[in-house]
Design a binder for this molecule. Structure first.
Ligand code: BEZ
Length: 210
């Protein structure tokens, strides 16, 4: 069965460009993003990896460790990294799993045989410090992902873990959030002394505190 939200992310040992890791130990108490690439030396992946390297300070600010995966050998990962640096202007600054035997790709359901029997799809798993899967995304090989969206989801997850809030359509940090329906108005007034807008009994907007 496919991995689902709330499942514990399967643990594994793997070779990476930064040495052998045991997945859960490597994340430690951080949040994590595990994302797959169909193949080394491919154009869309090259742009994604360069951009993710550029975003490293943004992931670090949020306490997130990032790790990539491709079903190729370590030697290919190293050679490809040079091309990424040359063409994207950013050095790959996070580990890349060398999953030539597709052990991890199979564990995480990253191979969708009716799309391709050899390449992985573009999967993303956001994993929280308790190792629970909090988001899954699956993109086709031909569409590069939007890594700003991945940061936005992390911001939403971290906010909604801290406060009894949800985030509305196209929410960005700093925007109003939604008070969860499980809270009645009295509880909401206590938890959000800054006040809230009640558009409907079930639709109450509040400016989150920091
Ligand atoms: C790419 O990363 O550019 C790519 C990989 C597989 C199929 C299509 C594009």
């Amino acid at each position: 069965m496919a991995l689902q939200l709330g499942d514990i992310a399967p643990d594994f040992e793997a070779e990476t460009t930064e040495g052998t890791i045991r997945f859960h130990d490597w994340f430690g108490q951080s949040w994590g993003v595990l994302f797959s690439h169909p193949k080394d030396y491919t154009p869309v992946c090259t742009t994604e990896l360069g951009y993710t390297a550029k975003l490293k300070p943004e992931f670090e600010k949020r306490g997130v460790k990032v790790i990539g995966l491709s079903v190729d050998a370590l030697s290919d990962h190293y050679g490809w990294s040079k091309d990424i640096e040359e063409t994207q202007g950013h050095t790959v600054n996070f580990p890349m799993i060398a999953d030539a035997d597709r052990k991890v790709a199979s564990l995480y359901g990253m191979i969708h045989p009716n799309a391709s029997s050899t390449l992985t799809v573009r999967s993303v798993f956001i994993i929280d410090p308790q190792k629970k899967i909090r988001l899954t995304l699956t993109y086709p090989a031909s569409t590069g992902r939007n890594f700003e969206e991945i940061l936005r989801v992390i911001d939403s997850l971290q906010l909604t873990d801290r406060q009894k809030l949800a985030t509305p359509v196209n929410w960005r940090p700093g925007d109003d959030a939604i008070i969860v329906p499980a809270l009645n108005d009295e509880e909401a007034e206590r938890l959000f002394p800054q006040g809230f807008k009640k558009l409907k009994p079930y639709l109450r907007l509040v400016k989150p505190s920091k």
